[in-house]
Design a binder for this molecule. Structure first.
Ligand SMILES: Cc1cc2nc3c(=O)[nH]c(=O)nc-3n(C[C@H](O)[C@H](O)[C@H](O)COP(=O)(O)O)c2cc1C
Ligand code: SF4
Ligand code: SF4
Length: 258
């Protein structure tokens, strides 16, 4: 087991962080978190001796554009990265390739990569509660494989970066839906959603508003509102539930690349 494992995550609704921390606990005795979700993040500089989990959610088969942008504040300097694209039971398409390319650009070497299934942050009945116990066991198993590979890299018997992940280049194009969460009269104007919105789309003095030019429908405000006062408009939810219905009975796989 490693002494320290760094965890860099972009996780609006918390499911990506949950998956990344499960892997971190199985890889190292102490997880040092770096949260890219809020605009206040100042980035981080790593060194060749560091092992860093870099985890992001899948949006429309891609990484959220804002995450790619915020990753520019990371300096890998040869650190070994374990990349995780965390998806909501439908598909991860080009997101893992995009994540691997992004960490490469920031100077990381790739130790291993995985696409992990987690609860869908919009249609929360999809993969509800995942990663679950079964995922945790699988994650522990693959953590051992990753540690063995790490030892082989340290001894020089294996090189990092030597494995492909699926995905097209150029990546598929995707734009967020033109919708924002609605606010119901249950709102008590506590301001939590405004403080935690990753793109400051909610005015602190007027939390019943949402700036549609900033909101990327990440669902953080909906997930964290203590009064459950934020929700997507009914027709938007109904459309998504219909689109995702075929994935409701499927247990999405975790896919590992070493
Ligand atoms: C705007 C948006 C688009 C999404 N697109 C996909 C997708 O293409 N495929 C998929 O399987 N899950 C998709 N999801 C589900 C998320 O990838 C999944 O729930 C992830 O764990 C969310 O991470 P978070 O909880 O850390 O925010 C999407 C979620 C959102 C909010
Ligand atoms: S977190 Fe909920 S209750 Fe608090 S301001 Fe936002 S919508 Fe209103
Ligand atoms: S307003 Fe939009 S971007 Fe901000 S937390 Fe809510 S869903 Fe995410």
């Amino acid at each position: 087991m490693l002494e320290n494992i760094h965890v860099v995550h972009f996780s609006p609704a918390g499911n990506t962080r949950k998956a990344a921390l499960l892997l971190a606990q199985a890889l190292g005795s102490r997880a040092v978190e770096q949260d890219l979700t809020l605009p206040q993040n100042k980035g981080c500089t790593f060194g060749p001796e560091d092992v860093v989990i870099v985890a992001g959610p899948v949006y429309g088969g891609r990484l959220p554009e804002i995450m790619v942008h915020r990753m520019a504040a990371l300096q890998g300097n040869g650190a070994l990265a374990v990349t995780l694209a965390v998806y909501g039971n439908r598909a991860y398409e080009d997101a893992l390739a995009e994540l691997d390319d992004s960490v490469g650009k920031q100077g990381f070497r790739r130790l291993s990569s995985a696409a992990l299934t987690a609860q869908h942050s919009i249609v929360t009945q999809l993969a509800s509660g995942r990663p679950d116990q079964e995922d945790a066991e699988e994650i522990r198993h693959f953590a051992n494989e990753i540690l063995m590979k790490y030892e082989r890299i340290l001894s020089g018997s294996e090189q990092p970066d030597g494995y492909p992940v699926p995905g097209n280049r150029p990546y598929k194009s995707w734009k967020p839906m033109q919708a924002v969460p609605e606010v119901t009269p249950a709102c008590v104007r506590c301001g939590l959603c405004a403080r935690r919105c990753p793109v400051e789309a909610i005015p602190a003095k007027e939390p019943s508003r949402t700036d549609p030019s900033k909101c990327f429908l990440c669902m953080r405000c909906v997930a964290i509102c203590p009064e459950k006062a934020r929700k997507l408009p009914e027709p938007v939810m109904a459309g998504l539930e219909q689109k995702l219905a075929p994935f409701m009975e499927i247990r999405g796989k975790n896919e590992w690349y070493l």
